[in-house]
Design a protein around this ligand. Structure first.
Ligand code: NAP
Length: 332
């Protein structure tokens, strides 16, 4: 392995956002350790990483199991070199009202989505902190601030990831570590999640529009891996949701009570009761980067571009300051 390659580990790399993140790092020549459970998706992701100019390494592991994550980290370092960046992306969810979710399903969704992130962060920091070098990026969600109906286990996990990340960041700052931890809050993204998640809804689950293609957040994740910024918000809808919730959370509750059920399902697309799902084991044959909503998904977000190119805001800020100064002069 070339010593110059940046070494990146991505959990949830066999599909969706994680697979797009692996592609984005591969385009920059990185060596990418690919963690997930499904071998078909992992092997496909590895081939794509290699084709894009990176070097992929398949690391099958269940992120809910700390020993498997630790073993994957050990193998990544043995075969690729010291890990520079660790991206925690893997997730599992159950689409159903709270009382329709069995205790074990709740536990499992939390163990994958929340504790999977904790396990990944532990494996990364055990290696990065002694070296005083490296970055952990948590793939978050607007739902880490604004919970919605029918996904209480997932929303609770995303809130927990945010709290956990903020706590660990303060510890790193306390010890004046150069290791960094950050979180990227995502909008709705077109991934296979909605075709293989466990669901008790009558119709096919969907991300609440506007929907973005996974390449949009993937570029923000890459940026987050190389800049020391506390948190990123990806997509105008994410900014609006988080700001709106800070201003009027009660209004948000009522709005979501009214729209959050229909907004998360495709009308007239029934889901068979025996649909295979990925809560406890991967679903063979469905792993892909994009989900079923290509025709309704945006390939570009101006906000996501601006968050990576803040310098582009300088002329607008200068015009704003000049206009404010002129206004003040004209009224005084
Ligand atoms: N899609 C959205 O609308 C959206 C919105 C906001 C935030 N996000 C965030 O984006 C991230 C990715 O979501 P996504 O929509 O891309 O999900 P996805 O399409 O369902 O992909 C999930 C990935 O996680 C892996 N995974 C699931 N359970 C695992 C386990 N126990 N151990 C290891 N890997 C596991 C899956 O592969 P295997 O099944 O092969 O293991 C797959 O690679 C998540 O953190 C999610 O919160 C997504």
């Amino acid at each position: 392995m070339s010593p110059q390659r940046q070494v990146v580990v991505v959990t949830g790399a066999s599909a969706g956002v994680g697979r797009a993140v692996a592609h984005a790092f591969a385009r920059r020549g990185a060596a990418v350790g690919l963690i997930a459970r499904g071998l078909d998706g992992l092997e496909a992701a590895r081939r794509e990483v290699d084709d894009l100019g990176g070097a992929g390494l398949v690391l099958p592991a269940d992120v809910a199991d700390p020993d498997q994550v630790e073993a994957a980290a050990e193998r990544a370092e043995a075969e690729l070199g010291p890990i520079d960046v660790w991206v925690n992306d893997a997730m599992a969810t159950v689409f159903a009202e709270f009382l329709d979710v069995e205790p074990d399903e709740y536990r499992r969704a939390t163990e994958v989505t929340y504790l999977g992130t904790v396990n990944g962060t532990r494996a990364a920091l055990r290696r990065m902190v002694p070296r005083d070098r490296g970055t952990v990026v948590q793939v978050g969600s607007a739902l880490a601030y604004r919970a919605i109906p029918l996904q209480s286990a997932y929303c609770g996990s995303k809130f927990a990831v945010r709290g956990f990340t903020d706590s660990v960041r303060t510890e790193l700052l306390h010890r004046r570590s150069r290791v960094w931890i950050t979180m990227v809050q995502l909008p709705a993204v077109n991934t296979p999640q909605f075709s293989w998640c466990r669901s008790r809804l009558p119709d096919h689950p969907q991300p609440v529009p506007p929907i973005y293609e996974p390449e949009v957040p993937a570029e923000v994740v890459v940026h987050a891996a190389t800049h020391r910024r506390r948190e990123y918000r990806c997509g105008g809808s994410t900014v609006v949701v988080i700001a709106g919730n800070a201003l009027a959370p009660g209004l948000g509750d009522r709005y979501l009570a009214r729209t959050g059920y229909s907004g998360q399902q495709v009308p007239g697309w029934p889901v068979p009761e025996d649909r295979p799902d990925n809560l406890y084991a991967p679903v063979p044959g469905l792993a892909a980067t994009h989900g079923a909503f290509d025709s309704r998904s945006k390939r570009f977000s101006l906000q996501a571009w601006l968050t990576r190119h803040r310098w582009a805001l300088a002329p607008a800020a200068a015009i704003g300051v000049a206009a404010a100064a002129m206004l003040r002069r004209s009224v005084s």
